[in-house]
Design a protein around this ligand. Sequence first.
Ligand code: ADP
Ligand code: RBF
Ligand code: MG
Length: 381
Amino acid sequence: MSIAKPLKRLVSAVILDLDGTLLHTDGIVSDVLKAFVVRYGKQWDGRETQKILGRTPLEAAAAVVEDYKLPCSADDFLTQFTPLLYDQWCKIKVLPGANRLIKHLSGHNVPMALASNSPRENIESKISYQQGWMGSFSVIIAGDEVRTGKPSPEIFLEAAKRLNVKPSSCLVIEDSLPGVTAGKAAGMEVVAVPSIPKSHLYTEADEVINSLLDLQPELWGLPPFEDWMEGALPIEPWHIGGPVVKGFGRGSKVLGIPTANLSTKGYSALLSEHPSGVYFGWAGLSSQGLYKMVMSIGWNPYFNNTEKTIEPWLLHEFDGDFYGEELRLVIVGYIRPEANFSSLESLIAKIHEDRRIAERALDIPMYSQYRDDPYLKGSSL
Ligand code: ADP
Ligand code: RBF
Ligand code: MG
């Protein structure tokens, strides 16, 4: 959760990292790596993700070659691997909140730079698929344009120089540990948006937030977002569905709040792309109808779960259970990050507050229009 420390240093420019901060690059890299190591009779298990986050391509290649004992050099690996990756860049998803942030800052004429360990050519290719991004950054600095990449501060210092602002007037937004280290070493303010649920490792950062949706620019003296309304934030709608499965059996028992869990199998890509948090939208339940819904996605910090779960509470009194029935969700708004609570009562009170926010919001046309989403009626509604 965002820990709002009231006193921040005021900034006048923002420097953004690209992969993992604005773009969900990991998803594509993992897909291509998975297919690649098979060529050498190996099986990709995702254990390198942590090591390659925020590294230069050569460092990342060396880590994979070493760990998988591939019979090639890191250079050979890159020569073979890079073209495969290039082909997939048009498919990289934009992380939730990235377009909103870029539009907001450029709309308010906040000077913006992009500073990435990726080579220039890769950066330009990746952002060419994103409308309006190229023109929003007055400065772009790539890993091959400095002597040493992050965690060295060089890339950020060069960005500040070209933006013509002091390093101390820059706010860096970063998902990776090397990026956070680089930003602090450059004497900048750093907001970390970890792409993995390991925020306790990000102690150097001035603030750790769960997703770009939680950024509060006004804490740094930048113009505030104006799209929050009565505790709800509109998001680009997305869908998820499947049969209702058994959860931990504590929703109704412990909290008095039943949640019709969906299986996370087959949804790992979709779930890794969407930050954990409390969301709302519409739910279509195959035989029964259409309902308002408020849900949490994540690790339920109060219960310290190890698995990311999908917990939708349908805002309706049902006569009984409906395990096994097809449940389809369209998720249209965001409320808050998942949090921990000092007591069960305070968790329950917060979830009831979430429900009130969702119920009210879903009556507004901006959100109510999605009750007609054909996906909800895909089953037998
Ligand atoms: P579990 O841990 O198995 O998900 P819960 O105690 O959370 O158990 O109860 C969820 C079940 O209760 C759902 O799978 C569904 O069959 C039923 N249920 C009844 N009313 C609701 C509701 N309003 N929203 C969600 N699920 C409900
Ligand atoms: N669990 C948490 O640990 N922290 C939360 O902030 C949290 N928010 C929730 C919000 C909503 C709208 C719902 C329906 C559930 C939330 N829960 C949260 C999840 C709750 O812990 C979970 O549904 C139960 O543990 C049942 O498995
Ligand atoms: Mg449940």
